[in-house]
Write a protein that binds this ligand. Structure first.
Ligand code: GUN
Length: 288
């Protein structure tokens, strides 16, 4: 039986620390760390994510400011809001929920956010800083994966990690963080001819492809640790079901440790967003 890495429990520890630090911050500076969350349109999944982010922020003693804009919002209007949030000293973190409606340019909006308030860690300045080992705000999902890996395995130095997927949000920053922790890192993706063979040599497999249950037993070395970033809704036996990118039933018996879906990476992402907001607030306040 594999160790089931409990993302809910680990995220509760992270949020506990955030709440303690947020209270200290408020004592010291006379205001709460502030997180602005911007949602454009009414994508149902995004609405759920934003609701959860606001709830966790409030519970952790942060001030959360929600901005809901209609689906037909123009690029100029959104830019203007971002400019106001950049200039607002009570806002320490800015998150524009993605995906944006088709007519809006995501890359441009990400670049419009002050890198010091970019709690998603998506701004090119933060992306570059992560890759050269300078102080940055780091993307929340891979940060959450690293916390779970280090709690489970201790020092990761020298371990062979295979990241499945090369997205800007997860795959690429995940690889950068594993490399910083002195892992030997391989990224495999849709054009890798022998992806399963490579993954099956790894001590650590991080699955971030967005394909339901793609990673089967043939991808995983016995005794490996498996982190499943996928959140996919499928229909099985007439029922809607949430599954990861890993075929849990097939992989769990041979893994050393594995994250479930739901209850693995998901809660860690939100907890790390709160952690980033506190980090941003501390840096901004001590710079001002
Ligand atoms: N949509 C899905 N994941 C994310 C995320 O991590 N940040 C933002 N802003 N939008 C998302």
């Amino acid at each position: 039986m594999a160790i089931r890495i409990d993302g809910k429990a680990v995220s509760a520890q992270v949020l506990d620390n955030v709440a303690t630090d947020a209270a200290l911050f408020e004592q010291q500076f006379g205001l709460k760390p502030g997180l602005a969350v911007v949602l454009v349109g009414s994508d149902p999944a995004s609405q759920v994510y934003v609701r959860n982010k606001i709830a966790r922020a409030t519970e952790s003693g942060l001030n959360s400011i929600e901005h809901r804009l209609p689906a037909d919002t123009t690029q100029d209007t959104l830019n203007q809001l971002v400019a106001e949030l950049n200039a607002d000293p009570s806002v320490h973190g800015i998150l524009v929920q993605l995906p944006l409606p088709e007519h809006l340019d995501e890359d441009q909006i990400i670049r419009a956010i002050d890198p010091a308030k970019d709690v998603d860690g998506f701004h090119p300045v933060n992306v570059g800083a992560l890759h050269i080992g300078e102080e940055s705000l780091e993307p929340c999902t891979p940060q959450g994966c690293m916390i779970m890996l280090e709690q489970t395995l201790g020092n990761l130095s020298g371990k062979h990690a295979v990241v499945v997927g090369r997205s800007n949000i997860v795959g690429k920053p995940m690889a950068a963080m594993l490399l910083r922790a002195s892992c030997t890192v391989t990224i495999v993706h849709s054009r890798t001819p022998n992806a399963a063979e490579l993954a099956s040599q790894a001590d650590i497999v991080v699955a971030a492809v967005g394909r339901p249950e793609m990673i089967g037993a043939d991808w995983v070395k016995p005794g490996a640790t498996v982190i499943d970033v996928g959140i996919n809704v499928i229909e099985r036996n007439g029922q809607r079901k949430l599954v990861g990118d890993v075929d849990y039933a097939a992989v769990e018996p041979l893994a050393y440790a594995i994250t479930p879906v739901p209850g693995g990476v998901g809660p860690m992402t939100i907890a790390c967003l709160m952690k980033n907001t506190l980090t941003a607030a501390r840096r901004l306040q001590s710079a001002s």
